[in-house]
Design a protein around this ligand. Structure first.
Ligand code: ADE
Length: 224
């Protein structure tokens, strides 16, 4: 069985295009992973399909109610699955984390309102909390998409060429080198000559130097 990912969200349509397009869409089409998006409101029991409510103790915004989330996760979870909540106060997401999640057979990703979700969900149902960066999104749906996209690259076969993984940023702890394609001159700007030389060791050397330069200037923290 390929890895399966359930995404729980109040905004399922936000993911329509994301799942159909590009490398991820092809991976799904080829059965290398399966992703199912669920509208949390389908587990709401009242007439208005209410999934959120005002916070006890006052304050702005709405909070995800425990009822629908408990019902959803209890229905979807399988033994050994990992239940992840996307939240700006979670553990920072990273490439090693993406690699690790790509090995899981079943993930449940819960995206909430940015204002929050009832703490009892976090205490009783969630195995892991992930933040995709130090900024606040209006809801966690795009964060769930980011996690799926990043981990899918580590599922064998999703990237056509395995090589494209090793050359890239972060895998080797250096940022990427500049890329060029045809034409060899565009609006007066030529491609660096070494790339046209056919001299592979020189090209490697040039690329490595550009990577180090870029990393030193943009992300010196990666070098320490
Ligand atoms: N939900 C809102 N902001 C988020 C973030 N930065 N990471 C993960 N989930 C979020």
């Amino acid at each position: 069985m390929p890895p399966h990912i359930d995404i729980l969200t109040l905004f399922p349509r936000m993911l329509d295009g994301f799942l159909a397009e590009s490398i991820l869409g092809k991976g799904i089409e080829r059965g290398l992973l399966t992703v199912k998006v669920h509208d949390l409101r389908q587990w709401a029991t009242d007439r208005h399909r209410t999934a959120d409510d005002r916070p006890f103790g006052g304050g702005a915004g709405m909070v995800l109610k425990p009822g629908p989330v408990f019902a959803a996760i209890e229905q979807l979870q399988t033994p050994g699955c990992r239940r992840i909540y996307l939240t700006p106060d979670g553990t920072p997401f990273s490439e090693p984390k993406a690699r690790e999640l790509a090995l899981e057979r079943h993930l449940i990703l819960l995206s909430g309102h940015y204002e929050g979700i009832d703490q009892r969900i976090r205490d009783q149902l969630i195995d892991q909390e992930i933040s995709i960066g130090d900024y606040v999104l209006t809801n966690g749906t795009l964060a769930a998409a980011v996690v799926v996209d990043a981990l899918a690259r580590f599922i064998p076969g999703v990237l056509g060429e395995e090589k494209s993984l090793t050359h890239e940023s972060f895998t080797g702890k250096l940022l990427d080198f500049p890329h060029y394609t045809r034409p060899a001159e565009f609006r007066g700007v030529p491609v660096p000559e070494v790339l046209l030389s056919g001299h592979h060791t020189e090209i490697e050397k040039w690329r490595r130097a550009r990577q180090e330069e870029k990393t030193r200037s943009v992300r010196p923290d990666l070098l320490t």
